[in-house]
Design a protein around this ligand. Structure first.
Ligand SMILES: NC(=O)c1ccc[n+]([C@@H]2O[C@H](COP(=O)([O-])OP(=O)(O)OC[C@H]3O[C@@H](n4cnc5c(N)ncnc54)[C@H](O)[C@@H]3O)[C@@H](O)[C@H]2O)c1
Length: 349
């Protein structure tokens, strides 16, 4: 236990973070987790305890509370940080931009200050494909332009990506910047999944809530896009594949990780790194096709209504995941069918 590498995880009780904690504890890391529970609940900790047989070290802390966070840095010798904590609702960011700038940017800076102070310079940043400029055509590749984002949530990701790149260049940080979009579903035997109490912003939880009778009908935002069936197309990645991609990304910055054996030795061990990877499947599907695929699994019709477009939705967003495949030896392997089956099982409980 003592020589396990210790990881600080921010935003862990959230959807992606909770899957991450379990995967990492199972992969022989010790995780120390902080969350202010603004978009999650302590119930997740109980589920995680059931799955692991013990409770990971958890601190209910808001990242803006630098003193409390500093105490945590004093008590643990972190090897690296994974930064998930974020406010992430696009519509809300348009209503409260200053809150999003304050929360997402200021609390990230406080975290980075402490990382610098305590010499913890390895970080995996949970970014988003939303940073790509809307003018880019899919499939998106990492070298395409970012900027020109259309709402405050997306802009906060763009700004922190750029700040991290400067910290790598000028303060010796080692950063793996992961861009993803539309993670879906849940691990098949873990009792955690994306289950917002409100009407979901994301398509898949919305479909499942309608499929299981928790919501009456699905809203399809626009059917006048220039796409195969006039509804937008996206690339969906199973959250379990996504977490596996994070594990491989960590290997990139930490040469002595548990996965070292499978990687060739690096040329220079202590150089700074700022490297970006798309973590996506590389396959696209339209909204209407996703509804049909779900109907095939659940064997009933999903009621939907076409409504106005949302201001920020682009017609086509999918990516080329080739770089992650070549450099991280990572590829998404879970089929859409399997993801849908796993999800329906949970939502139907
Ligand atoms: N889910 C997606 O579709 C998606 C896509 C791309 C990127 N991301 C990014 O992945 C990360 C995790 O997303 P998620 O879907 O798990 O979100 P989530 O809302 O489920 O989890 C975020 C967690 O951060 C916590 N948090 C928020 N502000 C905090 C603060 N000031 N201090 C401490 N904790 C705080 C929340 O309580 C929540 O538990 C986010 O950075 C998000 O922007 C998500």
């Amino acid at each position: 236990m003592n020589n396990k590498k210790i990881i600080l995880i921010t935003g862990w009780t959230g959807y992606i973070g909770s899957h991450w904690v379990i995967a990492f504890e199972k992969a022989w890391y010790k995780t120390v987790i902080v969350d202010n529970l603004s978009n999650s609940s302590l119930e997740t900790l109980n589920w995680i305890e059931k799955i692991l047989g013990y409770k990971p070290d958890f601190f209910e802390v808001d990242l803006r509370d630098k003193e409390k966070l500093e105490e945590i840095f004093e008590n643990y010798s972190f090897d690296w940080v994974i930064h998930f904590a974020w406010l992430k609702a696009v519509w809300e960011s348009c209503e409260k931009p200053l809150q999003y700038f304050d929360n997402n940017i200021i609390w990230s800076l406080k975290l980075f200050e402490l990382m610098e102070k305590f010499g913890v310079k390895n970080i995996v940043f949970s970014s988003s494909a939303t940073v790509y400029a809307p003018e880019n055509s899919s499939p998106l590749v990492e070298t395409m332009t970012t900027w020109n984002t259309s709402n405050p949530y997306w802009r906060t990701k763009f700004l922190i990506e750029n700040i991290l790149e400067d910290l790598a260049n000028f303060s010796g940080f080692r950063v793996v910047n992961l861009r993803y979009f539309n993670p879906i579903w849940a691990h098949k035997s873990w009792e955690i999944w994306e289950n917002p109490e409100w009407i979901p912003n994301n398509l898949l939880p919305f479909i499942m809530k309608v499929a299981t009778g928790k919501l009456k009908e699905l809203k399809v935002f626009g059917n006048d896009y220039d796409t195969i069936d006039w509804t937008w197309v996206r690339d969906y990645i199973d959250v379990v594949d996504l977490i596996d991609g994070h594990l491989k990304a960590y290997e990139k910055i930490s040469p002595l990780s548990a996965f070292q054996a499978s990687f060739p030795p690096r040329e220079k061990e202590n150089e700074w790194i700022f490297e970006t990877y798309n973590l996506w499947v590389g396959k696209w599907i339209s909204v209407l096709k996703m509804i049909k695929e779900t109907e095939k699994i659940i064997l009933k019709k999903i009621d939907y209504k076409i409504v106005e477009r949302r201001a920020w939705d682009l017609a086509e967003v999918y990516c080329n995941p080739e770089k992650a495949f070549k450099e991280l030896w990572w590829k998404a392997g879970i089929s859409l069918k399997e993801s849908l089956e796993n999800s329906f099982k949970f939502y139907n409980k």
